[in-house]
Write a protein that binds this ligand. Structure first.
Ligand SMILES: Cc1ncc(COP(=O)(O)O)c(C=O)c1O
Length: 376
């Protein structure tokens, strides 16, 4: 038997793959670990998908998702040529690395190193280093401040650890896993300073006080990433999109798979855009639950980072965060814990329905009570 491992590129052999949150096989778990929306897609979306399931499944879908791009362009007051749709925004984030960043080589000049650099404030969405490394690019993590805010404007002007010539800068805004929002002026300053492409990843922006769409209209090198997964209850269908200058968008189109967006996903996303009022009602419910959960967790001794998203990043009292993860799982509640030294003292908890938040708080009170009396 041949040594199959030797057939795999050394770069691929050495990669650390992205670790997604658990999708449990056991029923009746309260799932607060992957920031899915607790409310279903609108009835109109379910009807549209059901209606599309017929003998047409044998045909390829629209390769450019034209109708969906038209609707998105109308929604965001731009041209369809400024929109690309992907198999989730994850696909487009990886395409951005391939389109804008050179693979790194040994012994490069400083300028060549920058052209091979993907940078991001850290901690942020942990997929970025994975897709950069898979491409053979350099990664540069710029530490956020202790309160998870971006480094100040003056630190930015002095340079700090930012590489202003980096080929690609990813900024999760509002951020994950911290949940913290950044101000438009902070983002504007950062975008102005950067010479390479900047992707503002707004996966959670519908739960935030504002968005940075204006920056892509102001700065041609800035792309906005959005997804139907989180706010629009459509993780299963895998639909994300970028908005930006048509030259950068055309570059992404030129390297994507021909039929990268599945047909039922296109149907579901279009129907979603016909029903935005339904989703806005859900955003309000989630924000009300977020506020209730935040207040009550603080009352129970948690430190909670201010959130502009549909999750709370918090440091629990008493036992370690890893112990909390398993104590909650024993009570059939799944939350997210990251095995990284800088994140390991925290839990990330998705804001579910009010009923789910009630069940979580009941379990938390139980764990706090037992830990105080030394039972657990
Ligand atoms: C910040 C951020 N961006 C993008 C994504 C991916 O979204 P999609 O489901 O559209 O691939 C996620 C998913 O967790 C995320 O947290």
């Amino acid at each position: 038997m041949k040594n199959l491992r030797s057939l795999i590129r050394p770069l691929v052999r050495s990669l650390h793959a992205y670790v997604p949150g658990e999708q449990p096989k056991i029923p009746n778990l309260i799932k607060l670990n992957t920031n899915e929306n607790p409310y279903p897609p609108s009835p109109g979306v379910l009807r549209a998908v059901r209606k599309a399931v017929d003998e047409r499944l044998r045909l390829y879908p629209d390769p450019t998702a034209e109708q969906l791009r038209d609707k998105l362009a109308r929604l965001h007051s731009c041209r369809p040529s400024q929109v690309i749709v992907g198999n989730g925004s994850d696909e487009l984030l990886a395409l951005a690395v391939r389109a804008f960043v050179e693979p790194a080589r040994i012994g490069q000049t400083a300028a060549a190193r920058s052209r091979a650099t993907v940078q991001f404030p850290w901690p942020c969405y942990s997929l970025y280093p994975v897709i950069a490394e898979a491409h053979g690019a350099r990664t540069q993590a710029i530490p956020l401040k202790e309160n998870y805010d971006l480094p100040s404007a003056s630190a930015l002007r002095r340079g700090g650890s930012w590489d202003f010539r980096a080929a690609l800068t990813f900024i999760t805004t509002p951020n994950a896993p911290s949940g913290r929002g950044y101000s438009l002026s902070q983002l504007d300053e950062l975008c102005r300073a950067q010479k390479g492409v900047v992707v503002l990843d707004e996966a959670y922006v519908d739960f935030a006080a504002g968005n940075a769409l204006a920056l892509t209209k102001k700065h041609p090198h800035v792309l906005i990433a959005r997804t139907f997964s989180k706010a629009y209850s459509l993780c299963f269908q895998r639909i994300g999109y970028f908005i930006g200058h048509e030259e950068l968008i055309a570059a992404l189109h030129s390297i994507r798979d021909s039929y990268n967006v599945n047909g039922l996903g296109q149907v579901a996303a279009q129907a979603t855009l016909d029903d935005l009022a339904y989703y806005e009602r859900n955003f309000s419910r989630i924000l009300a639950t977020r506020e209730r959960l935040r207040r009550e967790l603080i009352g129970l001794g948690f430190e909670v980072v201010p959130s502009q998203t549909n999750f709370l990043f918090c440091k629990p009292p008493g036992p370690t965060a890893e112990e909390w993860l398993s104590a909650l799982r024993d009570r059939r509640i799944l939350v997210r814990w990251f095995r990284l030294p800088e994140l390991a003292r925290f839990l990330r908890i998705t804001v579910g329905t009010d009923r789910e938040a009630g069940a979580l708080l009941k379990a938390v009170r139980d764990i706090v009570g037992r830990s105080r009396s030394g039972v657990d």
